[in-house]
Design a protein around this ligand. Sequence first.
Ligand code: AMP
Length: 253
Amino acid sequence: MSRVLVGVKRVIDYAVKVRVKPDKTGVVTEGVKHSMNPFDEIAVEEAIKLKEKKIATEVIAVSVGPTQSQEVIRTALAMGADRGVHVEVSGKDYDLLQPIHVSKILAKLALDEKADLVILGKQAIDDDSNQTAQMTAAVLDWPQGTFCNKVEKTDAGLTITREIDGGLEVIKTKIPAVLSADLRLNTPRYATLPNIMKAKKKPLKKITPKDLGVDTAPRIEVVSVEEPPVRQAGAVVPDVDTLVGKLKEGGHI
Ligand code: AMP
């Protein structure tokens, strides 16, 4: 196996309380802390581990998004990726960018870079789509191993343990393939200060979807974004009989 392509998306940090814009066109992103999508940290870690085990020779981190996306590429480089590709999409175009567009971009890059493996997160915590890995595999016509819990290289390809409802499933696949990282695949390493400094010197190429021949024209229009309904305050009842009485009163039982 030679190259592994990893998708790293810049998303609003998981610890931030997301606010909807007053005009309901989206969520507030200005002045809000952003980080690498947590599942992508796991994808990067897995790719680096493959390199450390001498199964892969090069790890390429790709981010599609505005200029600031380069920050998460640098984080991936500081963790141990070899080089980065920033596919610039910004402003309204980025607001309306969908998993199918990202999938076509990643698929084209995988072919151009002669990658054997594409590792993505199982889902981006901002759009919660859980579509990009599956669609990238479809565009490439490569096998997919989604929700990976364990990945082992064998002579014939890969043995993958997948997280499924209520258990684990083990599958075998040939490479090239597309994988998506689940939470328990590994524990991502922290970038150390010396590695953050070294990452600044690693190559980072900037291109556009047009350079790859990918059309990112929006296929959707955002009609409205709403806050979730505010939960009504609860009430404390002294005993079970009162609780049952209140539930009957409200027509719940
Ligand atoms: P999603 O299908 O949107 O839930 O995203 C699943 C995974 O696809 C993410 O965890 C990333 O690895 C990858 N991905 C999605 N969007 C992007 C992006 N804009 N740039 C790089 N990778 C992305």
